[in-house]
Structures are given as C-alpha cells and as structure tokens.
Design a binder for this molecule. Structure first.
Ligand code: BG6
Length: 502
C-alpha cells in the first residue's frame, strides 16, 4: 500500500541530498512508491540557493542517475512532488512559522525528517520541530552514520534525539545495510538448509570482510581527517556486515529480533588491548601513486597539510567469543585509494580432513563462499572439481582408477556463480532508496539501534585510544596498491593472505 508522506530533507542542498537522497527518491517515484499527495521538502538556508534549487536538483539528477534513467519529462514529473523550502534550522525566527504552515491538514500523514546536516545542529533542529508541534506520532527522524566521534559524543547525540523522539521513531542509517547483496546474505543464511550446518568454527577456517575504495577525500578533507577510516567505515559498515555474517538466526526478521542478535555479536567481540595492537591491527595512509594509469596525490597533499596520522586504511584481526565462532579469525579491512573498488565477504572453509589425492606437501584449495557487494553484486562458491579432459579414464581394464586420479593436477577450483546483474531488472535500485522506503513504511529492520551504536563504539574506542597514546606513525602505502603489505602479517597461518577480487 502506498503511504502518503512528507519527506523533509534538512541540509537539502548538501552533498548527501544531491548525490544520494534525491536520486533515490526519483527512482522510488518512478517505480511507483510515492503517492501523488506525497511531498519532498528540500530545505536550504540561503536565498541564493533557494532561487536556483530546482535547476540544481535537475542537474544533480542528471549527474548522479544513470543516463538511461533520466529524461526531462520524467524529471518534471518527479519535480511535481518536490518543494524547495527556505529555513534556518537553528533560528526559530527564520522561516519556521511558514514551514510549520506547510503541514496544516496533513497531521495523519507520515513525516520523515532527514537530518542531512552536522550532528552539532541536531539538537536545535529537534527542539524547533518540537516547539512548532511538528512531531506527531507518525513522525520519524533519520540520521546518518557515523553517529558521534566516540562513545561519549554518540551518547550525547542519542540523548538529545531521545528528548524529542521515541527510539522507535529514530532511524539511524547505514547505507551498507540497504545493499541488495546484504539482503541476499540474510536470504542465503536463513532461507537455505545448506549453509546452516556448516556456518561455524567446525567448518569455517576464517572470514574476510573487505571494503576497498579507489576514491580519496572527495572534497571532505575536514570531516575525514577528524574521522579516519576507523570511524568512517569500521565502526559502522564493517561491523554491521560482521554482525549479519556472524549473528544467530533471529526468531523472525523483525527489527527487534535482528537487533538483539546483532548486539550479541558486538558484545562478544574480543576487545583489542594495547598489547594486542601489533598483532591485530594495521593502520595505513596512502602516498601518491597510480590508479588505473592515472597519477593521484598522496593523502597529505590532498589534505594540503604536512602532518596527519589519520588512517586511510585499517586492517584488523578479531575474534567473536562465543560457542559458534570460538577460534575463528575474522579479518576486516577497508581503505581509500586502493587498486580497485570492491566490497566482499569471503567465507573460507576448512580443508578436507584427509586428502585422498595424495599430494602430501600441498593441500587442496579450500572451498570459499564469496559474497560480493560491489562493483557487481554476486555470490560465488569456489569448489574443487576434476579438470575436464584430464586423465581419469582407465587406460586399460586392469588399471586402478585411483592411480590416475592420485595427482592433484587433476583437480582445479571451479566457481558456481550467482550473478544478479544477469537478472533483468527494469529499473535500478539503490541502498538509499530501499532504506528511505523502509523508513516511510516504518520498517526499521535495516536500521541501527542505539544499543548497537553504543556496543560498536565500546569496541572501537580503545583501538583509537591506543593509536593516540603510541607515537607509531601509520604504515604508508602507494595509491593504487592493495594497502600496506604488513596487513598480510595479521593472518594466523603463513600461507594465508588477503584475497583481492580484481
Ligand atoms: C560512506 C563513507 O559512508 O561510505 C565514505 O563516509 C565512503 O567515505 C562511502 O566513500 C562508501 O560507500 P559505497 O557505497 O560507495 O561503498
């Protein structure tokens, strides 16, 4: 059923709004998710922005949608539900009366207030919404990760929001949870009998979760140098993926059931103490190099600074201290300016218990489940199979078949492929689209609860503290590489290393 909604984007002229939110809503509109009475109110503070807002939105849609998705008539249709609004978020005298008039007679509709602004003004914004009686039982507030800078600041933000909104009305976005393959990970784990019995320390050797990016600072130097990869990516995206891979089956896929299971994983993460840092964490920073044949500057040059220890790369080995995962290393890594853009979860199974193929010195390749989130969304299972056409046939009636199979050379890894891009999808979807529509429908399963934020910071904060208190600089890596080579030393076994999906 289509809900009538008012989506209000505070910070409507910002990067997030233009790059992600408006294109996502354009797609949602053209896929029939928005009733004609719904509205998207795009807020801006400056009169000069207000005057040109429709043109800017059109330009952004043209830029950030795929060419085949955009045309002028489609754009005009979408713009019929978009309304530019002038509003100073922190100043109740500036535009708030006209703003609240916009909601008259629409009290029963869904209200989604998207705070695409600095967390420092969340408080003033919520207070003004409350003073103007704009927070109804049907209202929801949506905020972005990373929530806060550490546990204390995250708690303060959460407390501020909790003064005006119930926890059920607060939707904390982590766009990785909206990615299609992430849903498929859940389907794979909880919709199939096949994997459940081998999803534990008895069968799994280790798990790698990687998010590699080619981009650098993208004009966000101020934010990024304060945050670093740990706060920007590990505290949220990587830990959320880890939760979905490692959690127990929830009773139902309801938000509260999933949340309980995710929190158990976060709380079971083995703390990384200062004395574990050397063997468990590698932090890196890129220097200049070449990506796809083009020279790119180093981090400090992009930052226009001489000195910064901010990490643009992190690799971590961690363990989940519970019955299912005892002793299984989870390797997490993320970095900017790496060789390729790619994000994947690799589940590496144990070797066969006895190698009937007889090669003593070499093991058979282990089975791997590869869940790739980007650039392509696909799931692959790597198995050993007999190389077609090689040996295996009996040359004579008397020959024992096992002797011709005894060489490992007869076997090779093959890949079973489930490639979603081959399914015909008439219109593209995006993580933000999925999450915005979920928020409109009041489905918070793919959003983050306050307790998850708290548990994630509790694990992350000591690592950042250890960096601060030691004078050890980051490991440098060339842009266009796969990060510091030291990251391979995290592996428990010498023959193992990061698997780069190129
Ligand atoms: C954002 C980070 O949350 O995720 C960015 O703030 C990062 O630094 C981005 O580039 C990556 O998202 P995606 O979907 O492009 O992998």
């Amino acid at each position: 059923m289509k809900q009538v909604f008012d989506l209000v984007i505070f910070g409507g002229t910002g990067d997030l709004s233009m790059r992600k939110l408006l294109p996502a809503m354009y797609r949602a509109y053209h896929q029939g998710h928005c009733s004609e009475d719904s509205r998207i109110l795009v807020c801006c503070r400056k009169p000069s922005d207000f005057e040109v807002l429709p043109e800017r939105i059109e330009e952004a849609l043209k830029t950030f949608l795929d060419a085949e998705e955009f045309d002028s008539s489609r754009c005009n249709a979408f713009m019929s539900i978009v309304e530019p609004v002038m509003l100073d978020l922190t100043n109740l005298e500036q535009g708030w009366t006209q703003f609240s008039d916009l909601f008259e007679g629409r009290e029963e509709y869904i209200r989604l207030f998207y705070l695409a602004v600095m967390p420092s003004i969340y408080g003033a914004c919520c207070e003004n919404l409350s003073t103007k009686n704009l927070i109804t039982p049907n209202s929801r507030i949506v905020v972005e990760k990373p929530l806060g800078y550490d546990l204390d600041s995250a708690e303060k933000i959460n407390e501020t929001m909790a003064r005006y909104f119930q926890e059920e009305q607060i939707y904390r976005i982590d766009h990785y949870l909206g990615k299609e393959t992430v849903q498929n990970l859940l389907a794979l784990r909880f919709g199939n009998f096949l994997f459940e019995n081998i999803w534990d320390s008895k069968a799994i050797e280790h798990i790698q979760i990687s998010i590699s990016e080619q981009v650098g600072l993208e004009g966000r130097a101020g934010f990024y140098d304060e945050a670093g990869a740990m706060r920007d990516m590990v505290q949220n995206h990587l830990l959320q993926l880890l939760c979905l891979v490692a959690m127990e089956s929830p009773n139902k896929l309801r938000a509260e059931d999933v949340r309980v299971e995710k929190i158990k994983v976060l709380r079971a993460l083995k703390p990384i103490l200062p004395e574990d840092m050397e063997s468990s964490v590698v932090r890196g920073q890129y220097v200049s190099g070449q990506i796809d044949g083009e020279k790119v500057p180093g981090y400090l040059d992009e930052l226009e600074s001489y000195q910064s220890n901010t990490e643009t790369y992190v690799a971590i080995k961690t363990f989940i201290e519970n019955w299912r995962w005892a002793g299984v290393p989870f390797y997490l890594r993320t970095g900017k300016r790496l060789k390729k853009r790619s994000a994947e979860i690799i589940v590496q199974f144990k070797n066969v218990t006895h190698n009937v193929y007889g090669s003593k010195e070499k093991n058979l390749e282990p089975n791997r489940l590869i869940i790739q989130l980007q650039p392509e969304e696909k799931i692959q299972l790597v198995l050993m199979a007999k190389a077609i056409g090689e040996h295996g046939e009996k040359k004579s009636e008397n020959e024992d078949l096992s002797s011709s199979l005894e060489s490992k050379e007869n076997l090779k890894p093959i890949t079973l492929n489930l490639d979603f891009s081959q399914e015909s999808i008439p219109f593209k979807s995006s993580a933000y689209q999925r999450l915005l529509i979920d928020a409109i429908h009041g489905n918070s399963t793919l959003f983050i609860h306050r307790d998850e934020v708290r548990a994630a910071w509790k694990w992350v904060d000591p690592i950042i503290e250890s960096w601060k208190s030691s004078a050890v600089p980051p490991e440098f890596y060339s842009a266009g590489s796969w990060g510091p080579t030291k990251a391979n030393e995290l592996f428990e076994k010498r023959e193992q290393s990061w698997i780069n999906i190129a």
